[in-house]
Design a protein around this ligand. Structure first.
Ligand code: ADP
Ligand code: MG
Length: 367
């Protein structure tokens, strides 16, 4: 029941403690990938009967029993299947082509005088997260604004959920606006200090959903639950909230629209690390519950790594690097995909090597 990162860390801890104490272990699991990483011998059970016994290496490389082979194929699909899956892959949620955006229009060619974003192309797949990372001033926020249409791009194409969007928010339909929300770095300036949390959350519910007062009130309870804030906090104003709470309200306002994509621009930069980590956890949980995608903008690689499937590196307004996990055979189980793509397959001792370096574990998890 653990996410992939936690699972690896737990396995690693188990393994290390058992090794130090000279303890033998019996590890019971439905997940062959997990067992293969921790066990020296494997017993395959089905219908109360032992199907097969062998060393991990024997089981993985030379499974005799059809059921074991079935288990193995669950994380080792045929290359052909993978190719089919790639052909059938759904269209990306967001596709950006050759975007140019900036500040001040030149009189001669109408292009921005300050080119903050120069010819950037990228993709966000449905239900996945894209990280955008780069030093301060490299154009991350400008790119986010251009995607959201707040600062219309001068050149380029934005395709969202299969439809080309107007470059300016004004040219977009209300539904298109609703489906793409943006959360800014400074919750303080993003939230009107004169309004209560309730009023702040009311607005998108009226604007996007035309809800009546009763429906709104119920929905606000739900939204506060979603961002793990107490319901009675709805009567407070932003000044009466902590930084982390403010950012949660900010996030709840984005969720009120029922978006498909949330652009998160440095949303944790103003928070201390513990509060920031809790916000990241919340984002992950909400993603599991609601099937959202995020574009997560940050100057902090470890944060981006903690939540993103793909990472784009920006420098001086340009995209300089695309870090995409290797395309692996379409697996049934994401965890096995991870383990068997990034780890020498027949060497369950790989965890030992990781004991020295927790960062390495994280790196493995993100591959
Ligand atoms: P980041 O979010 O990566 O820190 P920004 O997108 O905010 O970067 O800024 C990119 C570039 O655009 C910087 O050189 C910045 O000085 C410039 N810039 C940002 N906002 C404005 C503005 N309103 N007017 C003129 N230049 C701006
Ligand atoms: Mg910025």
């Amino acid at each position: 029941a653990l996410d992939v990162t936690t699972q690896i860390e737990v396995l690693r801890a188990f393994k290390s403690v058992m090794k130090k104490g000279g303890i033998a272990g019996v590890y019971v699991s439905h997940d062959l990938a997990v067992v293969a990483q921790i066990a020296d011998h494997i017993v395959v059970l089905k219908g109360g009967e032992v199907q097969e016994v062998g060393t991990t290496e024997e089981i993985l490389s030379n499974a005799k029993h059809p059921y074991t082979r079935e288990l193995l194929s669950a994380f080792e699909p045929k290359p052909r299947e993978a190719a089919d899956a790639a052909e059938r892959a759904p269209a990306p949620l967001l596709k950006i082509e050759n975007l140019v955006a900036g500040y001040g229009a030149s009189k001669t060619d109408g292009l921005p005088l300050v080119r903050a974003v120069e010819d950037v192309s990228l993709k966000v797949e449905k239900g996945r997260n894209l990280g955008i990372i780069g030093e301060s001033g490299c154009g991350k926020s400008t790119l986010a604004r251009a995607i959201a249409g707040i600062l219309p791009a001068a050149v380029g194409k934005i395709v969202f959920d299969g439809k080309e969007l107007g470059r300016s928010a004004r040219e977009r339909t209300r539904d298109q606006l609703r489906e793409m929300q943006i959360v800014f770095q400074y919750a303080d300036t993003a939230l009107n200090p004169a309004k209560s949390v309730e009023d702040i959350l009311d607005r998108p519910l009226v604007f996007y959903h035309g809800m009546n007062a009763r429906a709104r009130s119920l929905r606000i309870d739900e939204l506060l639950d979603m961002v793990r804030l107490p319901r009675n906090l709805r009567h407070r104003r932003p000044g009466e909230l902590s930084g982390g709470q403010k950012q949660r309200v900010n996030f709840a306002r984005a969720l009120a629209a029922d978006p498909k994509l949330i652009l998160c621009d440095e949303i944790t930069s103003a928070l201390d690390t513990v509060v920031a980590a809790a916000v990241i956890e919340l984002l992950k949980e909400l993603q599991r519950e609601l099937g959202l995608s995020y574009i997560f903008i940050s100057h902090d690689l470890s944060l981006v790594e903690a939540i993103c499937d793909e990472i784009v590196v920006m420098y001086g307004g340009k995209k300089v690097e695309d870090i995409t996990p290797a395309k692996i055979n379409a697996p049934h189980h994401p965890y096995s995909q991870l383990l068997f793509s990034s780890v020498p397959k027949l060497d369950p001792s790989w965890l030992d090597g990781l004991e020295q370096d927790p960062e390495l574990v994280r790196a493995y998890c993100r591959r």
